[in-house]
Design a protein around this ligand. Structure first.
Ligand code: AMP
Length: 113
C-alpha cells in the first residue's frame, strides 16, 4: 500500500489537483487527461478494484454517486452528459490498483470498446 500512487495522493505525499473530497472519496484531475474533463474519483480506503467485497459498501457507493453529480455539475456537464468508467483488472486496462472511477466529458466520447 505504501507504493500505491493514489494512497500517496490521499495522504498528501504526492501533488494532485483536487476537485472534491469527503470522508469516503477524493477526486482529482487525471495526470494524462483524455477529455476536457477527466477526473478520477478514488476511494479513501485502499480497495484494489470493484471485485473486492469492500467496494460494495453502501456508504462508499453513495459517496461516489454524489461526487459524480457534484463534479459533473461544477464542470458544466449536466446538460450535455458525461461518462463514468471503472477499469477492473489488467484485461480491462486497469493500471492503478486502487478503486477509482474516471469521469469523462466535454467532448464527443463515441462508442465504448
Ligand atoms: P486506470 O488505467 O483505469 O487504472 O486509470 C489510472 C489513471 O490514473 C490513468 O488514467 C493515469 O493517467 C492516472 N494517474 C496515474 N498517476 C496519476 C497521478 N499521480 N495523478 C493523477 N492521475 C494519475
Amino acid at each position: 500500500m505504501g507504493e500505491c500512487v493514489f494512497c500517496r495522493i490521499i495522504a498528501g505525499e504526492l501533488p494532485a489537483t483536487i476537485v472534491y473530497q469527503d470522508d469516503k472519496v477524493m477526486a482529482f484531475r487525471d495526470i494524462h487527461p483524455v477529455a476536457p474533463t477527466h477526473v478520477l474519483i478514488v476511494s479513501r480506503e485502499h480497495i484494489p478494484d470493484l471485485r473486492a467485497p469492500e467496494a460494495a459498501d453502501r456508504d462508499l457507493m453513495a459517496a461516489v454517486a454524489k461526487a459524480i453529480r457534484l463534479i459533473a455539475e461544477k464542470e458544466g456537464l449536466l446538460a450535455e452528459g458525461f461518462r463514468v468508467v471503472s477499469n477492473t483488472g489488467v484485461k480491462a486496462g486497469q493500471s492503478v490498483f486502487h478503486l477509482h472511477f474516471h469521469l469523462l466529458g466535454g467532448r464527443e466520447l463515441g462508442a465504448l470498446g
